[in-house]
Design a protein around this ligand. Structure first.
Ligand SMILES: [Zn+2]
Length: 345
């Protein structure tokens, strides 16, 4: 069944056929055919299956070049540029930082990425059409972090409490999404404590199509600032801020490609619109993402503990900017879903 939001979206992003669109569509078709073929040249390094980056490039129909031989490589096309550095646990996609589960490795003179990172992190950004089932996007559950006895991050001198800021941001995002025709439900609408596990359960109960948990950060080092977005960690990998891997698969793993796609677009828009420090799309086994039956992300919209960023977060003009960015990211995610379904946008 096509939801009203999808119908609306077809109008909002009516196809404008230009030559560049046709060239891109043909490139995507050819590259897509290549990406179906199983990857060759996989090797086991440090207990993980790794695949060579030149192989990834050829599957994507893109070029592989060294920036520094044996150290830095890029995979690129006219539209996309992915940069990888030996031993680093992240890459950049058109300048945006995305974390991997395992670091980039060198073998046989070329850089390698793990199969798990290829399947869960890199390929979803380029070939979401290869993952089934494709989600719909109509009912969005927003989860304002903390509440009641749990105030979350605080900055006493700026009189900031995360629980109030997250609620305020959720209401701003809700109003905007509703203007685009989406159905939006909040896990809490007032200052009450809700256990973490109840939040994804709520999203599951109302059959949400996307879950977005909204938070702000705090740390004792007042110099730390920036925005980050989390998706659920793939099975067998360690989370970005943890050392130990977990081999178990959780419900939150099922929609990994779509969570990745949503997380990338939301993070990308937040950085573009606020010019905040890009802390990247990260991985964590957060309780609010663990039992989800739909794609989900957790947004950390900045550090209340940083003097400048804290003051920004405290201003309603900045929270408007954050809300605009989150909505723009969700709309880009919608476009990516439409393209994956063969609807040009
Ligand atoms: Zn929080």
């Amino acid at each position: 069944m096509i939801s009203s939001a999808e119908q609306l979206d077809l109008h909002a992003f009516a196809p404008t056929l230009r030559r560049s669109h046709i060239i891109r569509a043909v490139w995507l078709m050819l590259a897509c055919l290549c990406a179906w073929v199983p990857l060759e040249g996989a090797v086991t390094l440090h207990g993980h299956r790794y695949i060579p980056l030149p192989e990834v490039a050829s599957r994507f129909g893109m070029d592989h070049t060294w920036r520094i031989r044996g150290q830095e490589a890029s995979i690129h096309s006219k539209w996309s540029n992915l940069r990888f550095t030996l031993h680093q646990s992240h890459f950049t996609y058109n300048g945006q930082k995305v974390y991997l589960g395992e670091p980039i490795a060198l073998s046989g003179g070329v850089l390698h990425v793990t199969e798990v990172d290829y399947e869960n992190t890199i390929k979803p950004l380029f070939f979401p059409q290869q993952y089934d089932p494709k989600p719909k996007l109509y009912h969005i559950v927003l989860d304002p972090g903390h509440g009641g006895k749990d105030s979350g991050a605080q900055n006493a001198s700026l009189k900031l409490k995360e629980k109030y800021l997250a609620m305020d941001l959720a209401k701003r995002v809700k109003a905007r999404l509703e203007r685009y025709g989406y159905k939006v439900t909040l896990t809490r609408t007032d200052d009450r404590y809700i256990p973490l596990a109840d939040r994804p359960e709520f999203a599951n109960r109302v059959n949400a199509d996307l879950f977005v948990s909204l938070h702000f950060n705090a740390i004792t080092n007042a110099k730390v600032d920036g925005i980050e977005t989390y998706v659920f960690t793939p099975a067998g990998h360690a989370s970005t801020n943890a050392k130990t891997a977990d081999k178990r698969t959780y419900p939150g793993n099922r929609d990994a490609p779509w969570s990745m796609l949503a997380g990338y677009h939301i993070q990308s828009q937040m950085i573009n619109k606020t010019k905040a420090d890009d802390r990247g799309v990260k991985k964590a086994r957060f309780a609010v993402l663990k039992t989800l039956n739909c794609p989900g992300v957790l947004v950390e919209g900045g550090f209340v503990s940083h003097p400048r960023e804290g003051r920004n977060i405290g201003s309603s003009a900045y929270r408007d900017k954050l809300a605009d960015a989150i909505v723009a990211g969700i709309l880009n995610y919608q476009k990516a879903i439409n393209r994956a379904r063969g609807i040009d946008s």
